[in-house]
Design a protein around this ligand. Structure first.
Ligand code: MGD
Ligand code: MGD
Ligand code: SF4
Ligand code: MO
Length: 760
């Protein structure tokens, strides 16, 4: 057994033993404390009103709420609303930002604000503009907004673009893409390019579908879940309820994650106040801690062991798949020493995982950013889906592949055609609607958009939500690239780093929009489980000058396109957009009548309960996955003097407990024992091996720069790996992008952690 594998024996303590400060279970009492603090505070009544409003939860893609009521899931189960949902609502019901803030503070001052300070300014409530050469954002009237926007989007089609983030509705997404495509542009960058694009790409090639093939109902029938590179105890807390129930019914949960997340070991769920909340429920049956970026090797090992243990579903492979022989051959011919050396997990542990997978009745393979944010992320997806197919686990009720999506409506944006890889059937339907062919020029995904802007090839950009500046790697490049664009229009509910640092060359306009529960019309969203929710009309507490996204987009489209090919102004009522969606997007036929029936539904054709795949041959394709190289550069490659005391690590960048993507709600991360944002979570042995100590201040150097005065915190991350938080860390890492999906490798950033020599 190699050295990497040896230090990873089961059971590993779920926390640093010497650290007595951090909670010993995920969830638990702090969640109740948070609920109590917020729902009993002065904002309590407004919070409750929103929680009980019939609208889909704002926060994550697991999805809850809608017509069944705020606390009920699609299965009819109650108490299915988590604290993250309260966190998101609480941010949205804040008062408006006082108008004089922007008169009193110039842009240089606003650029000094942290993410949390930006968000805490309050809600945006009037349109404003920062003009070229001016130092302050100023209020602007709607007529001038539309004049500038119209002129900006009358440029050459290849030089205009949009970026979006999955919080807005399906209807806004549909109108956005129709407007941009009607201009002759395919530049529809989206946050999913930074997120699950590898899942979409990989699953399309293998299975002919792009999303989870598992419904909530189907998940409930599984007796094993393999959770790889996903931390639902932070990011989709309600998924934890499913894992708790599965364990109680005798099922198994295999967690694969370089970081031992306390909530994936034991989680106290408020949905089960007596049996779970205080004692915590067991989550992982087996916890494997691979080297970041090595999951292909680990899954190849699992496949090898399945073959060796005689647990391959050969008849299924023969009947329903292509390419299986080469995949099995690749696994068989790869030596165990190679596998364990690359992934740092022992053969015995891999064999234990294979045995559980191969002997379970129905396995659901779930994953998130730990799989998709790598230079070989599509291979990661292939490797997982190959393993699922080898064991006959796709195309059956109670089994399948389930990417755990991000934003609450990110999947809906893709379904509505906000993508640079438009499905052919949607393309044809849109061409019929527009009465002419769509442009055949390949559109910019998010990374291409930044590169194109950096090269001066973009004139105008509209951002429907999100924080393009903060979400991208290499903040210096992102700022420079956006600064080359003449006009940027941001549609947003709250100010963020991007509105102050992602400035256009001539005009930066910020449009205040209503959020999901404030819309004057009904709107729909799609969860990661392919469930369409209908949100009722609502009201805003704000007195200002806010617009629904659909209204702004249809008005702009009207000015650009007149009445062609549709009456855009009529579409201001999303009810009419739903007719177009039903007409042009396969699987969405029920949208045509949802206003009358109020029937929320699972999208047709998405859940695979038979091993018949939506591919031309009806079979799934399997692909051989090359093994990744997980060696790290030497200290000297970082351009630091050779005598410098330090250690090279594979830095994973991601979310703290209290943030939503680039928006930070609280500076600490209590479950990981991290007191503030400028910390690096390290393995004790790595730090001490390099002569460092906990709480010492170090410099972290990656390929785009360094962060100084970073506090070392010890935690249960495997040796050789470390963890830091985005968006701050994006200042120091460059875009190493996966070529097939365009997604940046945020989860394996080679970094040097060292003590800066004292000057003098
Ligand atoms: N509260 C809250 N909810 C959210 C979000 C939020 O910011 N806050 N964001 C939303 C969005 S857009 C998304 S995409 C999701 C993100 O949800 P997640 O994907 O769960 O979030 P991350 O923190 O990016 O990373 C998940 C895990 O990947 C592990 N990991 C890192 N590298 C590797 C690796 O190489 N291999 C393996 N196996 N694991 C690895 C990390 O240790 C971490 O536990 O959550 C959504 N929901
Ligand atoms: N280093 C590193 N970088 C990463 C990641 C990582 O793990 N590590 N993760 C990546 C991932 S998975 C993602 S998805 C991206 C996230 O990238 P984005 O989606 O671009 O960023 P968010 O921070 O989610 O955007 C938050 C902003 O959206 C706006 N907003 C909120 N609600 C609404 C609404 O209803 N309508 C409108 N119009 N605006 C609204 C608010 O202004 C808020 O400030 O970041 C990526 N970047
Ligand atoms: S799990 Fe996600 S969708 Fe469900 S209540 Fe929590 S944040 Fe909302
Ligand atoms: Mo995401």
């Amino acid at each position: 057994m190699d050295a990497n594998a040896q230090q990873n024996l089961q059971p590993t303590p779920p926390f640093d033993e010497k650290n007595t400060q951090t909670p010993k279970i995920g969830g638990g009492l702090p969640v109740i404390k948070y609920w109590a603090e917020h729902t009993l505070s002065p904002e309590g009544p407004k919070l409750w009103k929103t929680l009980l409003h019939k609208s889909a939860c704002l926060s994550c893609s697991w999805g809850t709420g809608g017509q069944k009521g705020g606390f009920t899931n699609e299965f009819g189960e109650k108490l299915q609303r988590c604290m993250k949902s309260v966190e998101a609502i609480s941010a949205e019901i804040k008062p408006a930002i006082p108008a004089n803030i922007f008169e009193q503070h110039n842009i240089t001052e606003l650029q000094q604000l942290t993410s949390m300070e930006c968000d805490r300014l309050g809600r945006l409530s009037f349109p404003m503009i920062l003009r070229e050469g001016k130092s302050h954002y100023e209020r602007i009237c709607w007529e001038e907004v539309y004049e500038i926007a119209e002129a900006a989007f009358r440029k050459q089609p290849e030089r205009v673009a949009s970026y979006s983030s999955g919080r807005a509705s399906n209807e806004a997404a549909y109108v956005l893409q129709l407007m941009i495509r009607a201009l002759g542009s395919n530049n529809l960058a989206d946050c999913s390019d930074l997120c699950h694009a590898p899942s979409t790409t990989g699953l399309q090639q293998m299975l002919g579908t792009q999303t989870s093939v598992v419904s909530l109902e189907s998940l409930k029938k599984a007796d094993c879940v393999v959770l790889t590179g996903s931390n639902p105890s932070y990011n989709q807390p309600r998924l934890m309820n499913e894992l708790i129930q599965l364990r109680e019914h005798g099922g198994k949960v295999i967690v694969i994650n370089p970081m031992m997340e306390i909530g994936l070991v034991k989680f106290g769920s408020p949905a089960y106040p007596i049996k779970s909340l205080l004692p915590g429920s067991d989550i992982s049956s087996l916890y494997l801690q691979p080297i970041p970026g090595s999951d292909v090797a680990l899954f190849t090992g699992i496949q090898k062991s399945l073959i060796e243990q005689g647990l391959v579903a050969t008849e299924y492979l023969q009947a329903h798949t292509w390419g299986w022989e080469a995949v099995l051959e690749h696994a068989l011919s790869t030596a165990w020493e190679t596998i364990t050396a690359i992934c740092g997990v022992s053969q015995a542990e891999i064999e234990a995982a294979a045995k559980i997978i191969g002997t379970s009745k129905g396995v659901v393979f779930a994953w998130a950013m730990g799989i998709t944010q790598h230079t070989n992320s599509v291979d990661n997806v292939y490797a997982i889906a190959n393993t699922a197919l080898i064991t006959g686990n796709i195309g059956r009720f109670g089994a399948g592949v389930m990417p755990v999506r991000g934003h609450s409506n990110v999947q809906g944006f893709g379904s509505m055609g906000v993508t640079v890889k438009l499905k052919q059937e949607i393309q044809r339907a849109l061409e019929t609607l527009l009465g002419r062919p769509l442009s055949r020029i390949q559109g910019y995904h998010t990374r291409d958009l930044i590169e194109a802007a950096d090269a001066g090839k973009v004139d105008s950009l509209i951002c429907v939500g999100g924080n393009l500046y903060g979400a991208n790697p290499d903040s210096t490049q992102a700022k420079r690239a956006l600064g080359n664009i003449e006009t940027i229009i941001y549609l947003a509910t709250k100010p963020n780093l991007g509105h102050f640092s992602g400035l256009a060359k001539q005009n930066t306009i910020v449009i205040p929009v209503l959020n999901r529960f404030e819309q004057p019309y009904k709107i729909t969203t799609e969860s990661g489980n392919n469930f369409i929710r209908l949100s009722d009309e609502g009201q805003t507490h704000l007195k200002g000058d806010l617009v629904p996204e659909v209204q702004f987009l249809t008005e702009l489209a009207h000015r650009l396109h007149g009445e062609s090919p549709v009456n855009w102004r009529e579409l201001q009522n999303p009810k009419y957009v739903r007719q177009l969606i039903a007409q042009t997007i396969p699987g969405f036929e029920k949208m045509a009548t949802i206003d009358e029936t109020k029937e929320e539904f699972t999208i047709g054709g998405r859940i695979l309960t038979e091993p018949h795949f939506p591919t031309p041959t009806g079979k799934a394709s399997m692909f051989v996955t090359p093994l990744p190289d997980t060696t790290l550069p030497d200290a000297k490659d970082f351009g630091v003097s050779e005598s410098t005391q330090g250690v090279v690590v594979a830095l994973m960048t991601g979310r703290s407990y209290s943030q939503h993507n680039t928006v930070v709600y609280k500076i600490d991360d209590q479950y990981r024992g991290i007191p503030h944002r400028n910390c690096i979570l390290m393995n004790r042995a790595d730090a001490e091996g390099a002569g460092l100590q906990e709480h010492q201040r170090v410099t972290v150097q990656a390929d785009a720069g360094k962060l100084e005065n970073v506090e070392v915190i010890y935690g249960s991350v495997r040796q050789g790996a470390a963890l830091m938080f985005y968006p701050e860390v994006n200042a120091i890492l460059k875009a190493r992008t996966e070529t097939r999906s365009g997604t940046p490798a945020y989860k394996r950033v080679p970094a040097f952690v060292y003590l800066e020599k004292t000057k003098g």
